[in-house]
Design a protein around this ligand. Structure first.
Ligand code: 0X9
Ligand code: ZN
Length: 312
């Protein structure tokens, strides 16, 4: 079955969908758990490969969404990519020289909380000090940890007790490190702002900063050419220069352990938002389009690493 693009699936529905995809495509898809969340939910991910990850001359592309719980639009965008990879024969043919790792719900507890209690929850569900719950998983990775983030538990960018204090970030790290030798493109899908961001979060550029920019511009142009006219064009740049400084992000961690191309996508916000707080809401009529246009952008990045990798 293909995922629904009129509603946002809840955690358990995603679980069912991923099991189904794996069962329907046993030669292409493997379902695995990276580990458990604080509340004991699996961080499910799919490995999609025409050669069962045995051909080490292929680059690996990693993609995740919902590291921030309230950023709901990121989920169907990731499911769209999965659906395209497993059902679209022309995509399969074109991208058969890439292995994919895709984790749709990187923060399961937080995500469940946004459905059951608090729609605008961002962090995980760590019990901190009895006062305020939650660690910002995108400040908890071990890259400049604690430098541009909050040590106050009540803040939305609270970085946790120490780097990798959270089971969710540890689980993500494990998957990344396992495939590091050929992990060429890391994509962390967030919302909102219509931006493609690269590191580092302190404003310093990695040595391949020019290439990072060039590929991001190509991805952004591709999306802009087919985007809804009511959305703004994508803005591309170093996160600290065009958004704000931030330490301990998944994107920067991936980059720091040598993934050549590492990006954060900020998808478009809710078009009817009257103030920025409402930007995380989702217009059902935009879901499928968000999936389609973002996937076109991602494919540009994937083609780039495929062509480069074969030349190494
Ligand atoms: O602040 C964040 O974590 C991301 N923006 S969001 O509105 N989705 O919360 C941007 C993270 C970009 N990465 C770095 N700052 N290094
Ligand atoms: Zn986010």
């Amino acid at each position: 079955a293909s995922p629904s693009f009129d509603t946002i699936l809840e955690y358990q529905e995603v679980e069912i969908y991923l099991r189904e995809v794996a069962a329907n495509h046993p030669n292409l898809v493997t379902l695995a758990s990276a580990g458990k969340s604080i509340e004991d939910r699996d961080l499910w991910y799919l490995k999609i490969s025409t050669t069962n990850f045995q051909n080490t001359s292929k680059p690996v592309v990693y993609m995740q969404s919902l590291l921030h719980a309230r950023e709901w639009i990121t989920l169907p965008v990731t499911l769209y990519a999965i659906n395209s990879l497993v059902t679209d024969v022309s995509v399969q043919e074109e991208l058969q020289d890439i292995d994919w790792i895709i984790m749709p719900v990187a923060n399961p507890d937080g995500y469940v909380h946004t459905h059951e209690e608090s729609r605008f929850w961002r962090k995980n569900r760590a019990k901190n000090d009895g006062l305020c719950d939650g660690v910002d998983l995108n400040r908890n990775f071990d890259i400049n940890w604690g430098q541009d983030s909050s040590s106050i538990t009540c803040m939305d960018n609270y970085h946790g007790k120490h780097a990798f204090s959270e089971p969710e970030t540890l689980a993500i790290r494990r998957v990344l490190l396992e495939h590091l030798d050929r992990l060429e493109l890391f994509l962390d899908i967030h919302s909102f702002g219509s931006m493609i961001l690269y590191g580092y979060g302190d404003g310093t550029l990695p040595p391949n900063g020019l290439v990072l920019n060039l590929v991001a511009v190509k991805m952004a142009e591709t999306i802009d050419a087919i985007k809804m006219s009511y959305n703004p064009n994508y803005i591309v740049g170093n996160v600290a220069l065009i958004l704000y400084a931030a330490s301990g992000s998944a994107m920067d961690f991936a980059k720091s352990v040598r993934v050549p191309l590492s990006y954060t996508y900020e998808l478009p916000g809710y078009r009817f938002a009257s103030n920025t707080a409402l930007g995380f809401l989702v217009d059902p009529s935009f879901i499928e389009q968000a999936g389609l246009e973002t996937w076109e952008g991602i494919k540009v990045g994937a083609r780039h690493v495929r062509d480069q990798f074969s030349k190494r």
